[in-house]
Design a protein around this ligand. Structure first.
Ligand code: NAD
Ligand code: GLY
Length: 365
C-alpha cells in the first residue's frame, strides 16, 4: 500500500504528515534526513513503550541512529508540571542539543507533552510526532498545539510549536483498545460534520468496518489530516477558521469537566455527544435541517459511541450547571459564549448568537 503525504504549508515551518502502513518499521529512513547527528531522544508512555518502542528503536538502530527513551505513565494525568519537568530534565541529562530531534511516540498525551518540552528546551528544539492513537493521528499530532493541563483546567499551559515531521503508522492502531479506537473515531466523524458532507456519507457507509480495513482506515486518516492541514495553514494560531475544529468541544469539555476527566467519559466520546448536541441546538434554532441531528446520533450509535448526555454512566449536573461549565471555554470572549453550530452536515460556522433557552433545552433543562 502506498504512503499518503499531506503537506502542512507554513512557510519555513512547513512539514509533511506521512500516513501509511509500516512507517514505524521504516522510521530510520524517514527520520534520518532530519538529523544533524545520528541520535534521537524518544518520549513515550509505559503502555506504548511495552508494545511499540522495541520495534521503533530497532528500526532506528537498523538505520544507524542511536536512540534513548523515557517512558512516562500512561494517561491524562501525565500532562502535568511534574511530568513536564521530569521530561525536560531528562532531555537535558541526555545532552539533547539545539540541532537534535525529540520524538514523541504515543497518543495525544505524549504528543502534547513532548511537543511542549521540545518548545521550551534550550528555547526550542525540533520534534517529530509518531502518533499511535486514532485521535493523535487525525488531530493532535498535526497543527502544533502543545501543552499540559493546569490544576485549574485542561490545556491551559502551552505553546504553538510545529513538528518537523509526522509519521502516522496505521498498523500501530491494531493494538489500540476498542474504546480508545471508538473515542478517536469521534474526532474522525467531526471532520465530516464540520466541513465535508461527502466524507460524512462515506463514513456512514464505511465507519463500522473501518477498524478491519487498513486501506479504508488510511483513507479516513488522510482525509482528516488533509482537512486539518488546510485549516492550520490558513489560521495557524486560531484567529478564526481553526475554531471550527472545536465542533462539539464546548459541550464535550463541559461534560468532561463534569465527569472529572475520568474514564466515565473519554475526550472523543465527549466530542461525539457534543457534535450531536451542536446539531440539535442548530436544528432547534432553525439553522439546519430538522433531520440532521437524528442522522448524526444514528451514526454515532452505529459506531458504538454515545450521543446523549444520558449515555454517560452516573449522575450529571443540571443544565444550568453545565452551561456554567461551558462558560470556562477558551472561545469565550468578554464573557460571551461562542459556539460552533451548523447550517447542515459539513457546514459548521462560529457564532456568538446562541439561544439560551434552546441551549438549556438540548441539555435537558
Ligand atoms: P492518550 O495519549 O492518553 O492515549 C490513550 C491510551 O491509549 C493511553 O492509555 C495510551 O497509553 C494508549 N495507547 C496509545 N497508543 C496505543 C497503541 N497503539 N496501542 C495500545 N495502547 C495505546 O490519549 P489520546 O486520546 O491519544 O489523546 C488525548 C489527548 O490529546 C488529550 O490530552 C487532549 O487534550 C489531546 N489533544 C490535543 C490536540 C492538539 O491539537 N494538540 C487535539 C486533540 C486532543
Ligand atoms: N484540536 C483543535 C486544534 O488543533 O485546533
Amino acid at each position: 500500500m502506498t504512503i499518503d503525504t499531506v503537506p502542512v504549508a507554513l512557510g519555513e515551518r512547513s512539514y509533511e504528515v506521512r500516513i501509511g502502513r509500516g512507517l514505524i518499521a521504516g522510521a530510520g529512513t524517514h527520520l534520518a534526513p532530519l538529523l544533524t547527528r545520528p541520535r534521537v531522544a524518544i518520549l513515550t508512555d509505559e503502555t506504548v513503550a511495552a508494545i511499540h518502542l522495541p520495534p521503533f528503536v530497532s528500526a532506528l538502530e537498523g538505520a544507524g541512529i542511536a536512540a534513548s527513551s523515557l517512558a512516562l505513565p500512561a494517561g491524562e494525568a501525565t500532562k502535568s508540571w511534574q511530568h513536564l519537568g521530569r521530561a525536560v530534565e531528562w532531555l537535558i541529562g541526555e545532552k539533547v542539543e539545539r540541532g537534535d530531534l525529540v520524538v514523541a511516540l504515543g497518543g495525544g498525551v505524549i504528543g502534547d507533552l513532548a511537543g511542549f518540552a521540545a518548545a521550551i528546551l534550550r528555547r526550542g528544539v525540533r520534534f517529530a510526532q509518531v502518533p499511535t492513537t486514532l485521535l493523535a493521528q487525525v488531530d493532535s499530532s498535526v497543527g502544533g498545539k502543545t501543552g499540559i493541563n493546569s490544576p485549574q483546567g485542561k490545556n491551559l499551559i502551552g505553546a504553538f510549536h510545529q513538528p518537523s515531521l509526522v509519521l502516522a503508522d496505521i498498523d500501530a492502531l491494531a493494538t489500540l483498545p476498542g474504546r480508545d479506537f471508538r473515542a478517536g473515531y469521534g474526532e474522525v466523524a467531526k471532520y465530516g460534520l464540520l466541513g465535508d458532507a461527502a466524507f460524512f456519507a462515506w463514513l456512514e457507509a464505511n465507519g463500522p468496518a473501518l477498524r478491519d480495513d487498513p486501506a479504508a482506515l488510511q483513507h479516513a486518516v488522510a482525509r482528516c489530516v488533509a482537512m486539518k492541514a488546510g485549516i492550520v495553514a490558513r489560521d495557524e494560531t486560531e484567529q478564526g477558521e481553526r475554531a471550527l475544529l472545536n465542533l462539539g468541544h464546548t459541550f464535550g469539555h463541559a461534560l468532561e469537566s463534569a465527569t472529572g476527566y475520568s474514564d466515565r467519559l473519554l475526550h472523543g466520546e465527549g466530542v461525539a455527544i457534543g457534535c450531536t448536541l451542536a446539531f440539535q441546538l442548530s436544528a432547534r434554532m432553525g439553522l439546519c435541517p430538522q433531520e440532521d441531528p437524528s442522522r448524526v446520533a444514528a451514526h454515532f450509535a452505529a459506531m458504538g459511541l454515545p450521543s446523549r448526555p444520558c449515555d454517560i454512566p452516573g449522575d450529571l449536573p443540571d443544565a444550568e450547571a453545565l452551561i456554567a461549565l461551558m462558560g470556562q471555554d477558551k472561545k469565550v470572549v468578554d464573557g460571551k459564549l461562542r459556539m460552533i453550530l451548523a447550517r447542515g452536515i459539513g457546514q459548521a460556522f462560529v457564532t456568538d448568537r446562541v439561544d439560551r433557552a434552546e441551549l438549556r433545552a438540548v441539555l435537558g433543562g
